[in-house]
Write a protein that binds this ligand. Structure first.
Ligand SMILES: [Zn+2]
Length: 623
């Protein structure tokens, strides 16, 4: 424990400043100036020291500069006014103060998820789902048939109506290496078009009716940034990758206003149970932002919502036009600087540089070829093949001019980069951007980074680029073993999931779940970040650690999912750590993250989630 004195002094200074605040802002970072000055003129400074809520007798993990641990924390007006020992907090206690005795329990900053997809996550909770399970072809067929059958019972068996299936763990199909095609779905008893979406979000499978309805023929060209899988005769197999998915996705009726609202509400519910108090929607649309705006008006926005708008230069679009469209959406939905109550902010752009590195996509842009099996299944002979994956979806010139236009508009770029060539090209463009006048203030984030060339590790720190990582991917699993290991070759496979390598090279690593690529389970993800192991019940073939890269220190994973992710949202002066003057975004845990065995981190339950001083979730176990 560090000495609490300095916190108490700061809290006092803040409280006094607030008490006397006429138009003057509190002595705190400029962004805090949005605080409502205390309007009542005759309030004595003493009464402003009374806290609304005091948490005492706890293990308060602050994520401050020293990762200090404190005993007590006081909240007033949605902000933290004191962090220190119990005696100091007691001085802020008044008749109306709620005092919570933590009984030694751990309290920490609310989680900040730097990359997820709330709308697809929420709507998938309302859909026919394959639940991310590794399935045999027969099980895959049985589960989808069950959805079709129950739809018929519900009177939704219309032969024109799409059946949409979600959370398909495509890389996990059993046995390893088995693929699907339209024929897999044509075996089902239905006349309806079927669309099965991979949990990765980079591919979908259609049945023959779906291919016909989508109008895909031998003559249909691959769209920019996408691929139509074809058999030896050039016929589409129904598997559509990346941008090619739009050929079918665009035919689906858009979610209705009510469905959008239901999806956002489901997403927020899932988030507050996990302890997420701020998030970035890494690929938004106006309908999603409309839904969150509506929920906010209804008093149901329980997390600080940030949105990244897609920049797509397809069909001759220019960076200027794409950014102008983004700014139009910002004007409509952005609510200005962070304040006590959760709000919407639109200040990020999403750019896709490539797809995914694992089988069967191989759409990740790589510096070295994917390996291929030149032998047989019985006697494999893995050798480097001829493909390094596709050209990145932005040329270097297009990327530079896009980043420049964004920088001048004050928008931070959030780039999807999965393969090491995508990472390299993104870093090259940022290196160029840093030399431009507007480029110095930008906070670029590179999401995913599943394989990074060691020569590029130090460039993240040098260029001040934040890698946004999904820790739960760093474990033995179908997508990191069967669908990845042989195709990388042994040398390069050692580089996969370079989380601690980036940390050791000085990078500010941040966490992003990428939900619904996996189920939303932040505590499992943090566990994997530390252990690089799968769940104990994952099966013998997934036992042990992923590779020989060390896991991350516990303090590092917590910093990644709090303060560092807050930095990518330009919110680190207000959230991400527990310090006097910051917003009261905090969570109480049922066990101590630091003292339990690492495997047990996955079992942590959030007892209470607080956003801007308001309790938005409370488990019955929190008394
Ligand atoms: Zn994503």
């Amino acid at each position: 424990m560090t000495r609490p004195g300095s916190f108490a002094v700061l809290a006092l200074a803040l409280a006094l400043t607030l008490a006397h605040a006429a138009p003057a802002a509190p002595a705190a970072p400029a962004t805090i100036a949005a605080a409502k000055p205390v309007a009542t003129p005759l309030v004595s400074p003493i009464s402003t020291l009374v806290a609304d809520t005091i948490y005492r007798n706890g293990y308060i993990y602050t994520v401050d500069a020293n990762d200090s641990v404190q005993q007590a924390l006081a909240v007033r007006g949605g902000r933290i006014v004191y962090v220190g020992d119990d005696a100091g907090a007691a001085r802020l206690q008044g008749r109306r103060t709620t005092v919570i005795d933590l009984g030694g329990k751990m309290l920490m900053p609310g989680l900040v998820d730097g990359h997820l997809h709330p709308q697809s996550g929420g709507s998938r909770l309302l859909n026919c789902s394959l639940d991310y399970l590794p399935l045999t072809v027969a099980q895959f067929q049985q589960r989808i048939q069950a959805c079709l059958d129950s739809d018929v019972r519900l009177g939704k068996g219309d032969p024109q109506r799409w059946l949409v299936v979600v959370n398909w763990f495509q890389q996990g199909m059993l046995p390893d290496g088995v693929t699907t095609s339209a024929a897999t779905l044509d075996a089902l008893k239905t006349d309806r078009p079927i669309l099965v979406r991979s949990s990765f979000g980079h591919s979908l499978q259609l049945n023959s009716k779906g291919i016909a309805v989508a109008g895909i023929t031998v003559a249909t060209p691959d769209p920019a940034g996408g691929k139509i899988a074809r058999d030896a005769g050039g016929q589409a197999t129904g598997l559509l990758e990346d941008a090619a998915q739009d050929l079918a996705m665009n035919l689906l009726p858009p979610l209705t206003v009510a469905e959008n609202l239901a999806a956002s509400a489901k997403a927020l519910e899932a988030m507050r149970r996990q302890g997420i108090t701020s998030f970035l929607d890494a690929y938004t649309d106006p309908e999603t932002m409309t839904a969150f705006t509506t929920l906010q008006r209804q008093g149901k926005l329980t997390a600080r919502a940030h949105f990244a708008v897609l920049i797509d230069l397809d069909k001759g679009n220019t960076p200027q036009r794409a950014v102008a469209e983004l700014l139009k959406q910002k004007k409509q939905f952005d609510q200005g600087p962070t304040r006590v109550a959760p709000s919407l902010q639109v200040r990020h752009a999403k750019l896709f540089m490539d797809g995914v590195i694992s089988a069967p996509a191989f759409t990740g842009a790589m510096l070295a070829p994917y390996w291929v099996n030149k032998g047989t299944e019985q006697q494999p002979d893995w050798q480097p093949g001829s493909s390094n994956g596709p050209a990145t979806y932005f040329s270097q010139a297009a990327l530079r001019s896009t980043l420049d236009v964004l920088a001048r508009a004050g928008i931070d770029p959030h780039l999807h980069v999965d393969g090491d060539r995508a990472v390299r090209e993104a870093l090259d463009a940022v290196a160029w951007l840093r030399g431009t006048p507007a480029g110095k203030q930008v906070r670029p984030a590179l999401a995913h980074d599943e394989i990074v060339d060691p020569a590029d590790y130090p460039r993240f720190a040098q260029l001040d680029v934040t890698p946004v990582l999904s820790f739960q991917w760093a474990k033995p699993a179908p997508d990191t073993l069967g669908a990845l290991k042989p195709y990388m070759g042994p040398q390069r496979y050692r580089l996969v999931q370079p989380q601690s390598a980036l940390l050791d090279a000085g990078a500010r690593i941040a966490y992003g779940s990428d939900w619904p690529v996996d189920p939303l389970d932040q505590w499992f993800a943090l566990k994997v970040g530390v252990t690089r192991t799968a769940a104990p019940d994952a099966g013998a073939e997934y036992a042990g650690r992923l590779g020989d890269t060390p896991g991350l220190p516990r303090a590092a994973v917590l910093r990644a999912i709090t303060l560092n992710a807050a930095y990518t949202l330009r919110q680190e002066r207000l959230t991400g750590s527990l310090e006097a003057g910051k917003l009261a975004d905090l969570i109480v845990l049922d066990r101590n993250f630091f003292t339990i065995p690492a495997e047990d981190i996955a079992n942590i339950k959030v007892l209470q989630t607080v956003v801007g001083g308001k309790v938005v979730y409370q488990s019955p176990a929190m008394r």
